[in-house]
Design a protein around this ligand. Structure first.
Ligand SMILES: *Cc1c(COP(=O)(O)O)cnc(C)c1O
Length: 417
């Protein structure tokens, strides 16, 4: 498995076309699916090769062999290549979780005393890492800003700022990051732009707009079945390689290793990710339009009324729509909760559960669940109302069946008359 074989003469600019040009990895016996490399360690054929492998001089691409599963596994590497193709990155490698990918990407870029400028609307775990964990454990500090405000981002940058960090689509406020603007400001300050693209695989390709590193929680849309926790980091070959360095590489030293069995399962779902994303988005768009018409306070980037609709049209890929998530402001936490209760327990519309990107609809009240790491002030600053209900729209059942369930529940809780 040589890296040269991955690069065709012309790399297509479309993610699906890029994926189709990846060399197919056949199984050991010629199976259409690759085999799982279930070994944690790899045989060295001659004793003298071992020291050279450890010194990084003889890897699998230079006549040596693989070393050890925490360092590198061929099955995990195949999934990494798929993610890199998806994101238009030179290289990618996978981790045991999205937070594993995020923490390693950050620690790969940052040293003690360095500074991050980050969006004030981030996934709760990422927010906790930047606001509390990294300052206490590593002396790495973060200034949180409204990343839609160019001046605020620029003003927050100091001579120690090494990273500007954003999510493509913010959770749960569904604001689209202005990636070309953020890349420009970051690069003007010699900082790198890291983008978490968990919410918008295919619809948004951050590297086309100047991102240096893309991180994913593969637990969500990319996986699609809510059965594995997993993550990925995509970037230059040099950066991804540095994460595996035997002395200073956070993937190697902190060890958020992905299991090859998990890599194998997720790898088989990449080919139908485009079909799934189209259907998530098609249904989210339909429901958002009908909710708006019914007078419900709904937010979805596919609605012309959404603040970032035009920006999404500009930098997104319209054939994949505007994502699979929408939010409803039910006015109060109590009403949001009775709506979810009704939708799950009376109508069977979906499940009250955190996470997203599942084939069934998942619903959660963000302020009291996935964003509960944030203080009341931080929640208010980020625009996360107590009654904000986040829905990850699934694609089981028929559209009309699901809409009728939603309509009945909304009527019962008094959100439509
Ligand atoms: C879920 C999520 C994460 C964390 O991923 P895990 O796989 O749960 O570690 C990070 N960012 C976003 C946007 C997420 O939705």
């Amino acid at each position: 498995m040589s890296k040269e074989q991955n690069t065709s003469a012309v790399t297509p600019s479309d993610p699906v076309e890029r994926l189709a040009t990846l060399r197919h990895e056949f199984g050991e016996h010629g199976g259409v699916n690759m085999s799982i490399e279930a070994s944690t360690t790899f045989t060295v054929m001659e004793a003298g090769t071992m020291p050279e492998i450890f010194q990084g001089r003889l890897g699998p691409d230079d006549g040596g062999c693989f070393l050890y599963g925490r360092h590198f596994n061929p099955t995990v590497y195949v999934l990494g290549r798929q993610l890199a193709a998806l994101e238009g990155a030179e290289a990618g490698y996978c981790t045991g979780s999205g937070l594993g990918a995020i923490s390693c990407a950050l620690l790969g870029m940052l040293n003690q005393g360095d500074h991050v400028v980050a969006s004030d609307t981030l996934y709760g775990g990422t927010y906790a890492m930047l606001a509390e964990f990294l300052p206490a454990k590593c002396g790495i500090t973060t200034t949180f800003v409204d990343i839609g405000d160019r001046e605020a981002v620029a003003a927050a940058c100091t001579d120690r700022t090494k990273v500007v960090y954003a999510e493509s689509l913010s959770n749960p406020t569904l604001r689209l990051a202005n990636l070309p603007m953020l890349a420009e400001v970051a690069h003007a300050h010699d900082a790198k732009l890291i983008v978490d693209n968990t919410f918008t695989p295919l619809a948004i390709t951050p590297m086309e707009h100047g991102a240096d590193v893309v991180v994913h929680s593969l637990t969500k849309f990319v996986n699609g079945a809510s059965d594995f926790i997993a993550g990925a980091v995509c970037g230059t070959a040099e950066f991804v390689g540095s994460l595996m360095d035997l002395h200073m590489g956070p993937l190697m030293i902190l060890g958020p290793t992905m299991d090859p069995q998990v890599a194998h399962s997720i790898s088989l779902r990449i080919p139908h990710l485009p079909i799934r994303m189209v259907e998530h988005a098609r249904r989210a768009q339909l429901f958002a339009e009908r909710l708006l018409e019914a007078g419900v306070d709904v937010s979805y980037p596919g609605l012309p009324q959404h603040e970032d609709h035009e920006l999404f049209r500009e930098i997104g890929r319209p054939e994949y729509g505007f994502g699979g998530l929408l939010t409803i402001d039910a006015g109060s936490r109590e009403r949001a909760e009775s709506l979810m209760d009704d939708l799950q327990n009376t109508e069977g519309f979906g499940f009250m559960a955190v996470s997203l990107g599942y084939f069934d609809t998942l619903m959660s009240c963000s302020a009291s669940s996935t964003s509960s790491e944030m203080s009341d002030d931080a929640l208010r600053a980020a625009g996360i109302a107590p009654g904000l209900l986040r829905m990850s729209i699934g694609f089981t059942g028929s559209c009309e069946q699901r809409w009728q369930q939603l309509e009945r529940a909304l009527t019962r809780v008094g959100l439509i008359s």
